[in-house]
Structures are given as C-alpha cells and as structure tokens.
Write a protein that binds this ligand. Structure first.
Ligand code: ADP
Ligand code: MG
Length: 702
C-alpha cells in the first residue's frame, strides 16, 4: 500500500472494495443483486448479506485488517466510528475471524452521547447504524491497526435520522422520483435514474505545528482569538496561484497518495488568496460518495499535516484580516445514461429539458432562499459571509449574459435565439485563437451557474457538504414535483412547458444577479427586490422553524416535523457551545498569558524609569510608555470582567433561542473588546516577553 513513485493507476483505489473487486470476488448472482441496489435503487436483499460480508472480510484480512467499523456521520460535521475485531473464540481456546451479514447490515452503537436535539433522552441509549451500500466499503490504517470501514446511516431506536447521511439519501431518492417524472413527461424514454452530483472544493490553511502548540485558541477553537495585524497581509496578491512551497508540496504529494489509495479522486491543488491558504478539488461524484469523500479528505488533511509538522486548519476564519476558507459545492444533475441535465448545449434556447431544469433550480433557490441560507449557518461562517471576501448573506443566482438573455426572452413570451461567442484572439501570431465561453465567471456570486453545474459558494470549510446538499436536493425536487404535476396533466406538453418557463422567468427574475455581490449598491438593490439578507447564524437558524420550511420536508418525507425541529435545536446549541468555548478560551489566554506578560513589561519599564531617575536624568518616553501600558492593563482587566459577566449570563439562560441571542449580542462583542486591548498591547510589549506567536510568524513562516 505504498505508492511513492509507482504509477498512480497501480494503486488508485487499492484500499476500496470497489465494483471491480466485487465482480471478482462475489458469485455472479450476488454481484448482480448488489449492483441492482447500488445502481437502480432497488431494496437490498438481506439474504445476500452473509456472502457479501464474508467476501469483504477475506479481502480486508488480506489487506491486513483485524477490525471493522460502521462509519457514520452524526450531527457534528465530522464522522464517528466504533471498531470491533473480527475475532470469534472457538471452544478449543483458539480463534477464527468472522464477519456476518448481520454485522455488515446493522450496527448498534450506544448513541447516548451524540447530539439528538431531544429526539432521544440519554437513558434511551439505543441507536442503529445501517450499511449504505451505495458508498463503497474501504480499509484504512489508524497507526498500526487496519480497519474495514462500512459507510453507514445512523438513526434512533424509532428510525428517526440522527445523522447527515440519512436525509441525504432520502433527498436523492426524492429528486430521482420527480426528475424522472419530468423527463418522462418531456419524452425521455431511455434514462432510468437521475442522480445529483457533487464536486466539493476544499479550502484550508497550513500552519507550522510549533506555533499552533503555543496557541490555545487554535488548539481549542480552530481560529485565532488574538493577534495584531501583521505588517504584510494578502494585499500584494502574491500567494494566489503562486509556486507551491516545497514543504507544502511534500504535504500535498502525500495527501494525494493517501486519498488516491482510498479512491478519492483528488485532482486540482493550488495556493489560495490568503498567505498559508490552499485548496484541493476532487473530480465530482454522486452527492453521497462525494460527501463521504469530502469527510475523508478533511480527516486525511489533518492527519497528513501532522506528519509534516503542520497543523491543517479547516475553520472558516482562522485569521482576522485575511480571507477565510469556504467549501464550494459544485452541484448538477445527471442521468444514468450520461446526460448532464444542466448542460445548455450550443443553443440553449431550444433545449427544453435544460431550460426546465435550470428554471426549476432558479425557482427553488428563490422560493426557499432562507432555507438554503440556513444550511450554511454555522458560527465560523458569520466571519465570512458578507465580509467582502466571500459572498454576502444575500442569496442570488449568477446566470451570465447568455442565459439571462434567454430568461428575459422567455419572460417576454418565448426564447428565439442564444447569444454566441466567437474566438478569442490574443494578438500574437504564435498563440492559437481560443474558443470563448458564453459567459464570464463571477467570483462574488453565492450561487453561480458555471457552464454545466451550479456552484454554491457559501458553504463553510468545516461543514459537512451533506447539509447544504440535501437541502438543495429537496427544494429542487419540490419544484420539479410541481412541474411534473403540470406536465402530466391533460394538454399539449410543449405548450405547457413553455408556459411553465415563462411563468418562472417572470416570477423569479429578481433572484438573478450578475453584478458585483460585494458592493454596497447590491445590498440596497437586493432590499428593493425583497431578497432576504440574513446576517448571522442565530437569525438564519430561526428561519428553520418557519412553517413552509418544515412543510417542504414533511411533504416529501425527508424529515418529519420532530426530526427537522430537532436539527434546529442541535444547530443552535452547537452555535452557543462554539461561542462559549471561544469566550472561555479568550478569558483563559487573557488572564494567564496576556495580562501577566503586560504586567511584567510594565515592571521592566517602571524599573528602567526608576533607574534613569536615580541616575539623575528623566525620560519622557519611558513615562509615556509606562502610562500607556498601565492604561491598557486596566482596560483589559475591565473588559475581562465584562466578558466573564456576559458569558455567565448567557450560560444561565434557559432555551437555545434566547441563549443564542445573548452569545451573539453580548458575548461576541465582549470578546472583541478583550481582543482589542490585547492586540494593542502586542504592539507595545517587548517581543521577547510576548507569549504568543504573531500573525506574521504563523502565516508567513513555513
Ligand atoms: P473552479 O476553480 O473553476 O471552481 P475547480 O476545478 O477548482 O474549478 O472545481 C470545480 C469542481 O466542480 C470540481 O470538483 C469538478 O469535479 C466539479 N464538477 C465539474 N462538473 C460537475 C458536475 N457535472 N457536477 C458536479 N460537480 C462538477
Ligand atoms: Mg476552485
């Protein structure tokens, strides 16, 4: 399993129980039955489980595995696993290695310590994991132990979803159902399934571990809670796409190898805008597999970084003053026979199927923009959205010139032409003329059409892509179900399709915006158009409780009301806990590191002033420095006391909604006040005494 300089194809996916491995190791009829479930969504036949489990076990043991685990995605944005060995003692005091179909299909971890939002009390500990055969099983090394990983869904004793995979799978089924209805109504008789696809670009920071070890804030919260701005930031724009530093390249090389072995098709890598910031993008896959792969990517990044004495930071905003990190969810719909339903082709105005699916997405995003916004509402993202580095908190859709023009034509009665683009001539005889895309890119849009897919750019770097994806799947499916209802009713299909397109174009043009999303004018313009601008996590999560938000999930059985409301509880509680940990860490560092350093420094200056005086002289500078340091020490002390009060108040309040408001309104500003004094002190106090690595060190030294 060591793929140093071997050709990638010789080891790509070597740790995966892939289709090729299954075909080789499973009896033909069993392989077919399993493939029917994986490809066509047919129910899994439990009677084949024993044979499959046995083949998996033999394969895993050949790879050195001693353990297996159900690998699932509780509501923590991360994954969970409980390992069991294959060992089964015999009566003669020996052991054989066993793995039954039942163990493959179902696990029963004690679930009491996972967030459930009240769906399960701690004394009702039972939870179940269920094998998701649509995402491949794999083996992974954890130190010396090799374990067989079984991607699984996770639910309560009553079958209520406690994870991110269950609703994702439910939403895929739903989308398939209504997209197929639309396709059939429009005359497609060949496709059998519609599958949402996802390519999740992942941004991250790498910081030398020696610095991180000295920063409790990075260790506990993933972001710096203190730090004066460095003399240089990202203003020279000299990091974006620059040559990759050797130490970072070595990290990326090992990361790619690890991911490739796991079958994750890591493809692009580059330096991002902020110093010390990077990006990885895989080749897209079904949303289910892509989500599992993104979870593996985040985990592997952190693991491999440590081997290179880096720490990989996945927080949305590790450093104030430079860009934060996002996850760009590229999403599209494809059929089992290879049609990308969001591919406009060369004459999109004539491409009825494309226009129907495009308009379905546009209507869904406008109709449910608050819901979509709530899917990216996490504490870390509040530093990004609307901060002129990431899309604003206002949701709009970028379509580009060609499609906007077609939509305008549709609204006016019907689309007759598609704007085309010629060749790009570079004015150099030796350079070939390049074909021009029909639309430019727009980096500022939160939801941009990018040729044959949409790119949802608001997702936070630390988030599981599952949440935003099952919401997008569900709202698009909801609109497709309306469209299917109309198309299936009596009358001429093409006429009805044109009416639907015209209606959507007229009604939802307001969500289309091709200009600069970072500008102040857009904020004003969006308000005029009646588009919501929900600026923080608390306000956004509150919209989850709107009746129409709950109704869309209930209607399509992606969630029952209790499940959806439990998610609200969990997410709001997570917000409160995240801010609480930041506040306590701020207090800890301010009291134990920063205040003592400032006091020590004031003593040094005071001694120097005394010494100068005893020597019969006087220094105005010394006097002023001392005054300045002492004033800041007093102010810091007062702000520490205020933060202590605010934190206490927040934690003593009942109910997550109220608590969230106090954390947002009182605790965060109290934390900022402490930081302000501390950062001023950093610029005064002798660098030898300052207890924390600085911004310049952390983001520029590697
Ligand atoms: P850019 O920098 O232009 O956003 P990247 O190459 O960094 O481009 O990322 C684009 C992502 O979109 C990749 O992960 C790619 O696999 C993905 N992608 C391409 N086509 C589709 C599709 N049909 N469905 C989902 N994702 C797609
Ligand atoms: Mg990119």
């Amino acid at each position: 399993m060591n793929g140093s300089r071997e050709s990638v194809s010789s080891y790509f996916g070597c740790q995966v129980f892939s289709e090729a491995v299954m075909r080789e190791r499973l009896p033909k009829n069993i392989f077919r039955a399993l493939k029917d479930t994986i490809d066509d969504g047919k129910p899994l036949d439990p009677s084949i489980a024993n044979v499959v489990a046995n083949a998996m076990k033999d394969w895993a043991i050949e790879k050195g595995a001693t353990h297996f685990c159900h690998w699932f995605q509780p509501m923590t944005e991360m994954t969970a696993e409980k390992h069991e060995s294959f060992i089964s003692p015999t009566s003669e005091g020996r052991t054989i290695m066993e793995f039954s179909g039942k163990e493959l299909i179902q696990g029963e971890p004690d679930a009491s310590s996972f967030p459930s939002g009240g769906l399960r009390s701690t004394f009702e500990a039972r939870g179940y994991t269920a094998w998701d055969c649509t995402s491949p099983v794999f083996v992974k090394e954890n130190g010396p132990t090799i374990t067989l990983y079984i991607p699984s869904a996770f639910c309560s004793y009553n079958g209520q979803a406690l994870d991110k995979k269950t609703p994702l799978l439910r939403s895929m089924d739903l989308l398939n159902k209504h997209a197929m209805r639309v396709l059939r109504a429009l005359g497609n008789v060949t496709s059998k399934r519609v599958i949402p696809t996802l390519g999740a670009e992942q941004e991250y920071f790498l910081v030398d571990r020696s610095f991180v070890d000295k920063r409790l804030d990075l260790v506990l919260t993933g972001r710096t809670l203190f730090g004066a701005p460095p003399p240089k930031g990202q203003e020279l724009e000299d990091h974006y796409y620059s040559a990759i530093h050797e130490r970072v390249a070595a990290f990326m090389n090992e990361l790619n190898m690890e991911l490739w072995k796991l079958g994750v098709s890591a493809r692009t890598q580059h330096n991002e805008v902020a110093p010390a910031q990077y990006e990885l993008a895989p080749v897209f896959a079904t949303v289910n597999v892509a989500t599992d792969h993104n979870q593996l990517t985040m985990e592997t990044m952190q693991k491999v970084a440590l081997r290179h004495n880096f720490v990989c930071l996945l927080h949305e905003k590790p450093f104030a003053g430079v860009n934060g990190s996002g996850k760009h969810n590229n999403w599209s719909l494809s059929t089992d026979d290879g049609i990308n339903l969001l591919d406009p082709g060369t004459t999109p105005h004539e491409n009825e199927v494309f226009l129907i699916f495009l308009c379905a997405v546009i209507r869904a995003v406008d109709k449910y923009s608050k819901l979509l916004r709530s899917s990216v509402a996490v504490a870390g993202n509040d530093h990004r959205l609307g901060a002129n580095e990431a899309p604003p908190a206002i949701i709009s859709v970028f379509l580009g010139d060609q499609l906007t023009d077609i939509l305008e034509q549709l609204a006016a009665g019907g689309a007759k032409t598609s704007k085309t683009n010629g060749k790009l001539k570079l004015g150099v005889s030796t350079l070939p003329p390049l074909p021009m895309d029909c639309t430019d890119r727009n980096r500022t849009s939160p939801f941009a059409f990018t040729g044959n897919k949409f790119e949802f750019r608001m997702v936070g770097s630390s988030q599981s892509p599952a949440g935003p994806t099952f919401i997008l799947n569900t709202i698009v499916a909801d609109v497709l179900s309306e469209i299917a209802d109309e198309l299936e009713s009596n009358g001429d299909v093409n006429k009805k399709a044109q009416e639907i397109l015209q209606k959507i174009a007229k009604e939802h043009m307001r969500i289309v915006f091709n200009g600069d999303n970072y500008s102040e004018e857009w904020v004003r313009e969006a308000e005029k158009r009646g588009l919501p601008n929900i600026r923080n996590t608390v306000d956004s999560l509150n919209t989850m409780l709107d009746p129409d938000a709950t109704a869309v999930f209930e209607r399509h059985k992606v969630f029952c009301k209790e499940e959806w409301h439990a998610r609200y509880e969990i997410l709001m509680e997570r917000y409160c806990k995240a801010i609480n940990i930041e506040a306590l860490t701020t207090l800890n560092m301010a009291k134990r590191l920063i205040l003592p350093a400032a006091i020590k420094y004031s003593g040094i200056v005071a001694n120097a002033a005394n010494a100068v005086q005893s020597a019969g002289s006087y220094s105005d500078t010394l006097k002023k420095s001392l005054d300045q340091v002492c004033q800041l020490i007093d102010s810091l002390q007062q702000n520490i006391a205020s933060l202590e009060n605010a934190t206490q108040k927040a934690s003593s309040v009942e109910g997550v909604a109220k608590q969230g408001e106090i954390y947002r309104d009182l605790v965060i500003s109290a934390m900022n006040a402490v930081r302000k004094d501390a950062d001023k002190l950093e610029m005064l106090v002798d660098a030898e005494i300052w207890p924390l690595p600085t911004y310049a060190e952390m983001i520029f030294l590697r």
